[in-house]
Design a binder for this molecule. Structure first.
Ligand code: C5P
Length: 272
């Protein structure tokens, strides 16, 4: 409808009555209208309607809980135009943020440099480097659940150059310093939330994932082989907790994310 029809007090009274009766509204969206005006009154896009309906039907296993996630790569500047990064697409972290929101959680997503759409209902904070990601995460605490999905760079250039590094020298050495481990830091706090880590490995997944779980003192680690998950639409993961290893069937990242959320909901309620 036209924005003036939507804004009309009679329409708003009727809408308020429907909401009071418990009816969920999908839209309206804002944008260009058939008459040439711009404003609220458009039907949501079909994909958005579909996503909202599917989300509506998901079990609300995280209702009332605050979830904080990190996702994507980090970018560690070398000079104003270059830097060190990795091939994380952010898709698994964004799918998990969406699955948490679908499950009724209040979700904040701290995202490294990726060009993915923000899932509906998710609060997003964009960052670039590991240090910025750490700052953003600490500023959002306390939370009930923290899920570190980001592929945080382990090292950053010790002294990024203020100006573009010029070519010419036959060799160029980079000095790198270790980045803080965001997940380990959050998990070690006295007010630590229920912490979930990711382990992306190229071999010996079970050994490395279990070791990560113990060293970082995490109740749950989601492990995957990089050849199965990095960058793609699908993934194959195994959940590692105190009860052992739980392989999940392979699937698209949203299905996997929903299965991980079910597991987190069961474990974190027991943890309370
Ligand atoms: O030790 P590793 O980097 O393999 O651990 C991966 C897990 O730790 C992921 O959950 C990742 O998000 C988190 N992590 C972090 N900060 C780092 C390195 C990893 O939060 N500097």
């Amino acid at each position: 409808m036209n924005r003036k029809m939507w804004e009309h007090p009679a329409t708003q009274r009727n809408v308020a009555q429907l909401v009071a009766d418990g009816v969920a509204l999908l839209g309206p969206a804002t944008g260009e209208q058939a008459c040439g005006e711009v404003g609220l009154g458009r039907m949501l896009e079909v994909e958005e309607l579909y996503a909202a309906l599917v989300a509506f039907l998901q079990p609300k296993s995280l209702a009332g809980r605050r979830v904080l996630l990190t996702a994507g790569p980090t970018f560690e500047a070398l000079d104003p135009v270059r830097g060190l990064t990795n091939r994380s697409s952010g898709k698994m972290g964004f799918a998990l943020a969406r699955a948490c929101a679908e499950a009724g959680a209040d979700v904040t997503l701290v995202a490294g440099p990726v060009s993915l759409a923000t899932p509906i209902g998710v609060r997003r904070i964009d960052v670039t480097s590991a240090l910025e990601m750490r700052e953003a995460v600490l500023a959002q605490l306390p939370t009930d659940i923290f899920i570190g999905v980001a592929a945080v760079a382990d090292y950053r250039p010790a002294a990024p150059a203020a100006h573009k590094i010029k070519k010419g020298a036959p060799t160029l050495s980079l000095e790198l310093v270790a980045n803080p481990d965001i997940l380990a830091e959050v998990a070690a706090r006295p007010d630590a939330p229920f912490c979930v880590g990711f382990a992306a490995e190229s071999q010996q997944l079970a050994e490395y994932a279990e070791a990560k779980r113990r060293i970082k003192r995490l109740p749950l680690v989601v492990g995957n082989l990089v050849q199965d998950g990095l960058g793609g639409e699908t993934n194959t993961v195994t959940l590692f907790d105190a009860a052992g290893a739980h392989p999940l069937p392979p699937g698209d990242k949203l299905e996997i994310a929903r299965a991980i959320v079910r597991h987190i909901a069961e474990m974190s309620h027991a943890h309370d």
